[in-house]
Design a binder for this molecule. Structure first.
Ligand SMILES: C[S@@+](CC[C@H](N)C(=O)[O-])C[C@H]1O[C@@H](n2cnc3c(N)ncnc32)[C@H](O)[C@@H]1O
Length: 146
């Protein structure tokens, strides 16, 4: 397990590369998502195939620090994280009492083998839903939700 340590010392757990690979191996990930996964090793991003979701990007740390400075804002709220990758900001809102969370990424392999397991690696009671889709499809998917 990897740990992201925030400026105030709070730790958020997330899967390391070996744990992600075990998930892929045990759930036929290569068969289901071969075309996405074969691009992961080659570069940070392969446009419209693999878009960087298995990495933690620096902006995540800044966003988590911001959430940590404003924890009461998230209690009881519904949270949407676009282009989530590891979804550590959304995980942190769950830790701070968010009620329900919708996380979205371009790559289905990222959602199944990285995003959703990271919610299971941290204690919270939020209802979590994840989906692979383009940003342009999100409004229709969430139509009517508040
Ligand atoms: C730079 S990464 C950031 C990942 C994560 N939020 C972080 O900060 O560590 C950008 C993320 O946005 C997703 N993304 C890029 N274009 C997208 C699109 N058109 N629709 C949905 N997701 C997209 C990618 O799959 C990738 O996970």
């Amino acid at each position: 397990m990897n740990v992201l340590k925030l400026t105030n010392g709070r730790e958020i757990s997330y899967l390391n590369e070996v744990e992600v690979q075990i998930g892929i191996d045990e759930n036929d990930g290569e068969e289901k998502y071969g075309s996405e996964l074969k691009n992961v090793e080659k570069s940070d991003i392969t446009v419209h195939k693999y878009e960087g979701g298995f990495k933690i990007w620096e902006c995540t740390i800044d966003l988590c620090d911001f959430i940590e400075e404003n924890p009461s804002f998230f209690a009881g709220k519904s949270v949407l994280e676009l282009g989530c990758g590891a979804a550590l900001p959304a995980v942190l809102t769950a830790i701070h009492g968010a009620k329900e969370i919708f996380v979205q990424d371009f790559n289905a392999s990222v959602i199944e083998f990285f995003t959703l397991p990271n919610f299971e690696s941290n204690e919270h009671v939020a209802k979590v839903e994840g989906a692979a889709m383009g940003w342009d499809e999100v409004p229709q998917k969430l139509n009517g939700r508040k």
